[in-house]
Write a protein that binds this ligand. Structure first.
Ligand code: AQP
Length: 332
């Protein structure tokens, strides 16, 4: 089976609907058809300052949330990035193949560093997309399921793979981004043209999967809607309503057209009230499963240990090929 690989950063206590609909949901559906590797990107998380105790806690919460979302440890390798040292090791080799100007063009770095002031941003934040390329290429996956915000990083990954293959010998498979168009960019509930984001959204703009369900319901009811009163999908004219329709459609498995029909002649109020109920129905069992899993540390430890072993076996082989091809003397 071709492989699939993706990662997620443990940079908040809870994942949000953007992470779930843009990425995690695809992980779950792809795990039967592909050989899956899914990791918690703890090394990416420290590109910005983290509190150590909180980071450790969030890594375990992340693992529990993956399982609660439906990532099955029997089918998928779930692991911590730092447990597989080959990520950082290949990251270094790829940094030596990356042009400074090429790295500078990454828009996510521009956005994130602008917030901190470029001088204050870490070198790790700057080279993050190169480590991400290593994360991916080690597993020679066919697909990388991500949200739209990661497309540019996937392009860099492909460029680096091609460069390495060309300069040395064909080693890497060129991975393809797997972006589900409908859910590629879930937007902020209060600012419907900006992406829902852990670091940039205001509390009212973001639905966290582990929020108290009643809090999420309230956020949906007070989401910004657009002028007019018609419940209709139109991303340009009605970004707020369209975002809510996307969320509604995905969590209830109902086509957008059927929802438009259902709410024809009704106002935004009815629509948001029903969506709030659907969200409560969706997040309540998710939250309960996550909290249960967090009570069972031994089980979580077993899952991530087994995941790391499975991942290391693949990653070490790729790294050995790379070290050989760049001309390192093998250890005896
Ligand atoms: N709003 C979104 N819509 C669709 N997909 C999204 N993703 C994130 N936000 C949205 C996808 O979620 C996956 C994991 O993201 P991540 O944790 O690695 O980091 P991120 O993309 O940086 O997520 P955030 O919330 O935006 O965090 P901050 O604010 O720290 O940057 C990825 O596949 C991503 O595409």
């Amino acid at each position: 089976r071709p492989r699939v690989l993706s990662g997620i950063q443990p940079t908040a206590d809870s994942f949000h609907f953007g992470n779930y609909l843009g990425a995690l949901r695809q992980w779950v559906t792809m795990q039967d058809e592909f050989e899956p590797f899914f990791f918690i990107a703890d090394q990416h998380a420290i590109t910005v300052e983290q509190d150590p105790k909180q980071l450790r806690d969030r890594c375990l919460r992340a693992a529990a949330q993956l399982i609660a979302a439906g990532v099955d440890p029997e089918k998928s390798a779930i692991f911590m990035q730092s447990h597989v040292p080959a990520h950082a090791q290949l990251g270094w080799v790829l940094q030596c193949l990356t042009g400074f100007g090429e790295a500078r063009r990454m828009t996510q770095f521009k956005d994130k560093s602008a917030k901190q002031g470029e001088g204050a941003a870490s070198v790790g934040l700057f080279t993050y997309p190169v480590l991400m390329a290593a994360d991916i290429l080690l597993y020679r996956p066919q697909y990388v399921p991500v949200g739209e915000d990661q497309r540019q990083h996937l392009e860099l990954t492909r460029d680096l793979a091609q460069r390495f293959n060309h300069r040395y010998k064909k080693t890497f498979r060129l991975p393809e981004p797997f972006i589900t168009k409908e859910t590629a960019k879930i937007t902020d509930l209060q600012e419907p043209t900006a992406k829902m984001s852990k670091s940039a959204s205001s509390p009212a703009g973001i639905i966290d999967l582990l929020d108290e369900p009643s809090v999420s319901a309230k956020k949906i009811r007070s989401a910004v809607t657009d002028s007019g009163s018609e419940v209709r999908f139109d991303a340009d004219e009605k970004p707020g309503v369209s975002n809510l329709l996307t969320i509604y459609s995905t969590i209830t498995d109902t086509p957008v057209a059927a929802l438009e029909e259902q709410y024809a002649g009704k106002g935004y109020g009815d629509f948001k009230k029903d969506l709030a109920e659907a969200v409560v129905e969706f997040v309540t069992p998710f939250r309960n499963r996550t909290l249960e899993l967090l009570e069972d540390r031994d089980r979580l430890n077993d899952v991530i240990a087994a995941g790391a072993a499975k991942a290391s076996a693949v990653a070490e082989r790729t790294l050995a090929d790379v070290y050989d091809r760049v001309g390192f003397v093998p250890p005896v």
